[in-house]
Design a protein around this ligand. Sequence first.
Ligand SMILES: [Zn+2]
Ligand SMILES: [Zn+2]
Length: 163
Amino acid sequence: MTSERSGGCQCGAVRFRVWGQLGHASVCHCRMCQKAFGGFYAPLVSVREADSVEWTRGERAIFRSSNAVSRGFCSACGTPLTYEAPDGMAIAIGAFDDPSGIVPIVAYGVEGKLPYADAVPGLPERKTEEDFAALEFLASIVTFQHPDHDTETWPPEGGLSKE
Ligand SMILES: [Zn+2]
Ligand SMILES: [Zn+2]
């Protein structure tokens, strides 16, 4: 069984495709991953065992975060894309067009875990449209985010407009 998954950065300048099986999916709480993602932790899935990884549009920019590890990102919009170590590469789970089935099974770097990270899943929940004061603002929003599928040309000819 071969599977194929696409993804990319928020602006669409960098797109990728992975053929074959994904490896371990994880979150990493270490301080370097917090910085690299601007988040509480980094959600990453190994593509070490994948048949191939192709950059189908653009190229990721690279920051060497240590002598051993590089971090790939989009230089146009800043989306974190990869963690690249001598033993293989992992891709940011949220960058996939459909991240819903890529389930983390282990948490690394927990010595760096922020004191409130475990409380996040229990926070009171609100849907975006529950904020009535913001409805008019929300209705006026035109997204410039690349859609969750590959596109022939991007940005679209004629520019981005509200659908
Ligand atoms: Zn981008
Ligand atoms: Zn880490």
